[in-house]
Ligand binder design. Structure first.
Ligand SMILES: [Mg+2]
Length: 215
């Protein structure tokens, strides 16, 4: 069984576009002004977790509990985030050809799974490992190992990791013994092992996997 692991945010789904909408909705629904909106856009730019809302609450003396705000944020993000139909179709093709499809993502367990469910990815993904599940983040190889285990298998030479983050996804994938495909979009940092293949969108990564699975 061939295994293809994918990053979630910025690879399978567009977090950036959803993020600004989710923050704007949350602020509007609670009557929060531009100062709070700016804080959220800055502090949660890369990733968000429940503790961020405890900090927000303390910073601005908010009435709402951190648990409530986190729940609202998770709901809004899940509603706003999208996975393009072409991406869903390409993953379906990969599965039809006998591949296992897993997700290895840095993020809180509840929000990452909410995104996977809301975008329709849940039907196409065999297993998900979120860093919040075990308090281990990519590039730590243990998160890739967990993703494989959640797919009912283990990492073997010839398995693949596809993602947009050079350090977390590509360097991390190398360290886990995986072959890697980089979804380019940011500068490549010096000193990292180069990816086996580079694409500009994830559907092209799947095309590459399919082409190589017949070789
Ligand atoms: Mg990413």
């Amino acid at each position: 069984m061939r295994l293809a692991l994918f990053d979630l945010d910025g690879t399978l789904v567009d977090r950036t576009a959803a993020f600004a909408d989710a923050v704007a909705d949350l602020c509007r629904d609670h009557g929060y002004g531009p100062e709070i909106e700016r804080w959220l856009l800055t502090e949660l730019a890369d990733h968000a977790e429940r503790g961020d809302f405890a900090r927000l609450r303390a910073e601005f003396g908010l009435r709402e509990s951190a648990a409530h705000l986190w729940r609202v944020y998770v709901d809004r993000m899940a509603a706003a985030v999208t996975c393009r139909p072409a991406v869903l179709e390409s993953l379906a093709r990969l599965k039809d050809r006998g591949w296992s499809v897993g997700v290895a993502t840095n993020g809180a367990s509840d929000i990452q799974r909410a995104k996977v469910r809301a975008t329709g990815l849940a039907d196409l993904v065999d297993g998900i490992a979120a860093s919040g599940d075990i308090d281990v983040r990519k590039p730590d190889p243990r998160l890739f190992e967990l993703a494989a285990a959640r797919c009912g298998t283990q990492l073997t030479a010839g398995d693949w990791m596809t993602g947009d983050n050079p350090r977390a996804d590509i360097d991390g994938g190398h360290r886990a013994g995986l072959r890697t495909i980089w979804v380019a979009g940011r500068p490549w940092p010096d000193g990292l092992a180069v990816p086996h293949h580079t694409v500009t969108e994830v559907t092209a990564a799947v095309d590459y996997l399919l082409a190589h699975s017949t070789a």
